[in-house]
Design a protein around this ligand. Structure first.
Ligand code: ADP
Ligand code: MG
Length: 332
């Protein structure tokens, strides 16, 4: 009997030793799409297969959604003033329109003519005269987007730009593909937009850093099955006559949004929603953003104002860390 127990415990010791010493397989991939660098890291025995399936999906969605491809679905819809939509475009438009409705159109997928006028698409930057903006403004109103479920109709010369939501939709899809391929631990960063799946191999949570617009880190937070998506004027901009102009445009004024915020991070289990909300809250500013957060209640935020003050919502108070002082936004 003693011998059996001895053997059994030796066996247990051996198996536990095996599980400790066998490192969990890590696979990484870097993909360039949607005008940005995408870093994917997945863990587990199916990680390699999951990464190539994810890369295929990134390539497919880039070709479907990017205005840079003349034959993409979005380009065709823009050319024809409407048309039938695929399942992905349908899902993006549905989520985007919801955010437009909740933000009084601060999030506006009909922003394309303004993005083009400023040269953010062609990178031939240009500060438009107010008359040029006034001429374009009637086109850039999300009410010009008539969406009937399977098809879309664009009124008043409107054109779609899904740049404010596409990367978040894509990060949802990549995480879904990881799950379908049996991966339960992963972290991806699509041009700084991070989404996590499960925990790290050692059982601890992923810790995600948020960039300080001035350089370095604004702070970090733990994320379990969350998208952590940031919009900031520092991400894409040009300078003319000593003034900087960035790529997030206020659809009301046609000008780069100046809401008093320099960085907006949204934390949500839905990447597409987080992406659209980060753009929207950047346009809306802190007070309207906080009202939205109070009404919605299913996401968290990290905001930095142009005076360098940092605000976080109460849902992340136990995990957010920063070298700077920060204030808590509560429901009261
Ligand atoms: P990034 O794509 O740099 O991570 P955002 O998610 O904030 O940042 O998206 C900015 C992009 O969204 C712009 O490049 C443009 O294509 C588009 N965009 C600009 N202003 C708006 C807006 N008010 N609503 C929706 N999309 C916008
Ligand atoms: Mg966005």
């Amino acid at each position: 009997m003693k011998k059996i127990i001895y053997m059994l415990s030796a066996l247990l010791a051996l198996t536990s030793l095996c599980s400790c010493s066998t490192p969990v397989k890590e696979a990484q991939k870097t993909v360039y799409a949607m005008g940005t660098v995408m870093e994917l890291r997945a863990y587990g025995k199916n990680a390699d297969a999951a990464l190539s399936a994810a890369e295929d999906e990134i390539t497919r969605l880039d070709a479907l959604l990017s205005r840079g491809f003349v034959n993409s679905e979005i380009s065709e819809i823009n050319k024809n003033g409407g048309g039938e939509v695929s399942a992905d475009t349908k899902a993006i438009l549905q989520k985007g329109i919801k955010v437009s409705d909740k933000t009084d159109g601060a999030f506006d997928m009909c922003i394309a003519p303004l993005v083009d006028l400023w040269g953010f698409y062609s990178k031939e930057y240009h500060v438009p005269a107010s008359a040029e903006i006034a001429e374009i403004l009637p086109k850039t109103d999300y009410n010009n987007l008539i969406f009937g479920g399977e098809s879309v109709n664009l009124k008043n010369g409107a054109e779609l730009d899904t740049g404010g939501i596409a990367k978040g939709y894509l990060s949802n899809r990549v995480i879904d593909i990881f799950k379908e391929n049996g991966v339960d631990s992963a972290i991806i960063s699509l041009g700084g937009n991070v989404q996590t799946l499960g925990k790290k191999a050692d059982g601890s949570l992923w810790r995600v850093g948020i960039r300080d617009p001035e350089g370095g880190l604004l702070g970090t937070l733990e994320a379990l099955d969350k998208a952590v998506i940031t919009s900031g004027g520092y991400q894409r901009f040009f300078e003319e006559d000593g003034k900087t102009y960035h790529h997030i445009i206020d659809p009301q004024t046609g000008m780069p949004a100046e809401s008093g915020l320099v960085s907006v991070t949204i934390i949500s289990s839905d990447g597409a929603k987080a992406d659209a909300l980060s753009t929207a809250v950047f346009v809306l500013g802190k007070d309207k953003g906080v009202t939205l957060w109070k009404n919605e209640g299913d996401f968290d935020m990290v905001l930095m104002t142009d005076e360098g003050n940092i605000f976080i919502t109460e849902g992340i108070k136990d995990t957010f860390q920063s070298d700077y002082d920060f204030s808590l936004i509560t429901k009261e």
